[in-house]
Write a protein that binds this ligand. Structure first.
Ligand code: GLC
Ligand code: CA
Length: 526
């Protein structure tokens, strides 16, 4: 099967602030990322996705962009960026940038002009509305970070809409000038050799043109995000968004071999519409089912089957365990099960994305209130919405700055006694498991492109097979702590989370939290 690099490959997400600092200011930078590319090569990944590196006031740590065609000085210079692209490409790695099209920073020149007067050339680049008759906001739309989604601009007497912070005004994607300007921003980076984009909050890019009120959410339980009080019927997943997505895709398709990944928190039936009616949407609409689901065999089996069945013909799957917005997998399910999760991620069909630190089992780091950085936590404290815990610096080695920085890190290190250097020397470590799994996957036709068959949940044991024309693998994962007996066709364990490798025929015992890959003997293959 002819595969594109983004189908065959593995994506690794770097949160630039937290990966590698080279100048002692406690914040990771582009030179740091370039220095650590060898590590990523030795891990075996194929592409690096960088969270935003553009000039930004950092109200939302770079997801508030003040210039789509620059580099924030905290991360380095354009020369550093070009050097990073060259180094990555020299090592055979692809580089993917984060593109943040839904909103800009309120310090972006477009918004400064837009808010200067009602007749400014950029006025219609954002979503401005008159106050309601009582002077209040134009409708009931909320911010994803708590509170109202509308902020009154005293100077011009109108409200502007922001899906996130007031410092992140939403762009008006119905305006062709916005589309043209953003297409140019994409080309700016494509011309510099960037291999693709992860598109931020893809499903929110267009809002209802009649600005209708969102309906109340009958399932809302107080205590969580106040945004959940309403169903975002008119502010997200609007039909017109697909036209915008297709427009972005057309820009990428002006260049050979580029990929568009979409951030999409949607149920499976809605998610798959983002492949586009003619596969002219995102090539990889992020599948966050494993990031959100309960950790049990029945639920995960159902996810695998529902997702596989929902994919459009020719739509390529993908899987994710963690990112910079959600608790880390090792903290959600524990260290032993995180190994099982690694096996799941790397043996399912489709492109896996690894969040930095996942490969060493990094855990969330509790951040004391006085040290909180994340605006989501600051706006609605104590509700568990903060994202700092999963954004703490990478643990490279056992030195005082953990090999991350010689200065004071922007977020504290965890107390976790582990690091990449220590794990590299330990064949039983999580890092060793990731390397083995990735190496296995790279050389296995069944894992790379074989179909998924016989997905079964039997108590705590989840099992499935991967079949190519030449190879048949059976994968068994024990999502519980109790040993279970399983039955397999004759074959050999070629990888186990617990390091065993023996020949099997019929019944065997799967240890608690053990996962194995069995290669079925050729004579037993169909
Ligand atoms: C996405 C990003 C998140 C950011 C938000 C607003 O969800 O992943 O980090 O805060 O969009 O841009
Ligand atoms: Ca730095």
């Amino acid at each position: 099967m002819e595969m594109a690099w983004w189908q065959r490959g593995i994506v690794y997400q770097v949160y630039p602030r937290s990966f590698q600092d080279t100048n002692g200011d406690g914040v990771g930078d582009l030179r740091g990322i370039a220095e650590r590319l060898d590590y990523l090569v030795s891990l075996g990944v194929d592409a690096v996705w960088l969270s935003p590196i553009y000039p930004s006031p950092m109200a939302d740590f770079g997801y508030d962009v003040a210039d789509y065609c620059g580099i924030d000085p905290i991360f380095g210079t354009m020369a550093d960026f070009d050097a990073l692209v060259a180094r990555a490409h020299g090592l055979g790695l692809k580089l993917i940038l984060d593109f943040v099209p839904n909103h800009t920073s309120d310090q972006h020149p477009w918004f400064l002009d837009s808010s200067a007067s009602r007749t400014s050339p950029h006025r219609d680049w954002y979503l401005w509305r008159d106050p309601a008759p009582d002077g209040g906001p134009p409708n009931n739309w909320l911010s994803n970070f708590g509170g109202l989604g509308w902020t009154l601009d005293e100077r011009t007497g109108q409200y502007y809409y922001h899906s996130f912070l007031p410092q992140q005004p939403d762009l008006n994607w119905r305006n062709p000038a916005v589309r043209a300007a953003m297409a140019d921003a994409l080309r700016f980076w494509l011309n510099r050799g960037v291999d693709g984009f992860r598109v931020d909050v893809m499903w929110m890019m267009i809002k209802d043109d009649q600005f209708r009120d969102n309906p109340p959410n009958p399932d809302y339980t107080p205590g969580g995000s106040s945004h959940d009080r309403l169903i975002p019927l008119y502010t997200a997943d609007r039909p017109e968004v697909h036209d915008v997505v297709a427009g972005l895709r057309r820009v990428l398709d002006e260049y050979p071999d580029r990929v568009m990944i979409g951030e999409l928190y949607l149920p499976i039936d809605r998610l798959v519409t983002y492949y586009g009616p003619n596969l002219d949407g995102a090539q990889l609409p992020f599948n966050f089912q494993l990031l959100l689901s309960a950790w049990n065999a029945a639920t995960i089996a159902a996810i695998i089957e529902t997702y596989e069945a929902a994919l459009p013909a020719g739509g390529w799957p993908n899987w994710v365990l963690g990112n910079h917005d959600r608790p880390r997998i090792a903290s959600r399910i524990g260290a032993a099960q995180a190994r099982v999760a690694a096996m799941l991620l790397l043996t399912l069909r489709g492109t896996p994305t690894i969040f930095y630190g996942e490969e060493i089992g990094m855990e969330d780091v509790p951040i004391p209130p006085a040290e909180v950085q994340d605006p989501a936590e600051k706006r609605e404290p104590g509700r568990g919405l903060g994202r700092d815990p999963e954004r703490t610096p990478m643990l490279w080695d056992g030195s005082s700055g953990h090999g991350f920085s010689t200065g004071t890190p922007w977020l504290r290190f965890g107390a976790q006694a582990t690091d990449a250097a220590r794990q590299a020397a330990d064949p039983t470590s999580m890092l060793a498991l990731y390397r083995e799994l990735i190496a296995l996957r790279r050389g296995s036709p069944a894992l790379l492109h074989g179909r998924v068959a016989h997905v079964v949940a039997d108590g705590d044991v989840l099992s499935y097979e991967r079949h190519s024309d030449t190879q048949r693998l059976a994968i068994f994962l024990n999502l519980g702590e109790t040993p279970r007996s399983i039955y397999t066709s004759a074959g050999k364990i070629i990888l186990s989370t617990q390091g065993r490798g023996e020949t099997l025929a019929g019944e065997t015992t799967l240890g608690g939290s053990e996962a194995i890959v069995v290669e079925i003997r050729a004579s037993d293959q169909p």
